[in-house]
Unconditional design. Structure first.
Ligand code: SF4
Length: 234
């Protein structure tokens, strides 16, 4: 079964999490503060789209309000063919495995890839995310020149020595760019090794992975099945 970027990141944290997403999503509990953080992230992502000036967004909705992936893939293809300068939410699919890139910015004969995160500093899980995107985009024939995180410079960065290449003031917010191309290349190789194996967890007949609760239940993110799994193991 094909997987999305979200599936991949969640499956890497815990295979059982991905299995539950596919087979028993009704068991998940998303705490209100997590939902608020996700909403704030979406808002920050919307602001970031115009950081590099005029842009074209590929998002297309169906009449019922759901995303129209086929139309988004088609629109992305057209924009790339005409060499559009800045493309937001560019959609790609490789053997059905899917991702949407937050921002692609024309860079010579290729594109610089940006992942927007409403966070003050680069984190490993963000680079995992970029590695998956880099894999799908390159398999779709896009030349990726650099991979960067577009972070929130208005948030307090408690860690020393974080890479930061540039601060951009835009629309009343401050964004910072952290280029992580090398690390994203390494994560791309991990993604290539694991993508099809993780996809198998979504098959109808896939057995529930026998995974005990542990550190992965809270890192890098608290799992939405935490109550379900911990109740069962008591
Ligand atoms: S609570 Fe822990 S074991 Fe259960 S699905 Fe989540 S990460 Fe996996």
């Amino acid at each position: 079964m094909p997987i999305s970027k979200t599936d991949f990141v969640r499956g890497l944290q815990c295979e059982k999490m991905l299995w539950l997403d596919a087979h028993a999503p009704e068991l998940k509990i998303i705490p209100a503060e997590v939902q608020a953080r996700l909403d704030a992230g979406n808002e920050f992502g919307d602001k970031a789209m115009s950081v590099f000036g005029d842009f074209v967004e590929t998002t297309v909705f169906k009449e019922d309000g759901r995303l129209n992936y086929a139309a988004m893939l088609e629109k992305t293809k057209e924009l790339l063919e005409r060499g559009e300068n800045v493309i937001c939410e560019a959609a790609f699919s490789w053997y059905g495995n899917y991702c949407a890139a937050d921002i692609l910015k024309k860079d010579g004969d290729g594109y610089a890839l940006y992942e927007v995160k409403n966070a003050p500093a680069a984190r490993k899980e963000f680079i995992v995310d970029l590695g998956f995107q880099r894999l799908i985009l390159r398999k779709c024939g896009v030349k990726i020149t650099t991979c960067s995180l577009l972070l929130n410079a208005d948030k307090q960065d408690e860690r020393e020595g974080q890479v930061c290449d540039e601060i951009i003031e835009h629309g009343g917010s401050r964004f910072k760019i952290a280029e992580v191309t090398r690390a994203a290349r390494i994560e791309e190789r991990v993604a290539e090794k694991r993508i099809f194996e993780l996809g198998k967890l979504k098959r109808k007949d896939a057995p529930l992975p026998l995974i005990s609760v542990g550190g992965q239940c809270e890192s890098p993110y608290r799992c939405w099945y935490y109550e379900h799994c911990h109740k069962k193991s008591e």
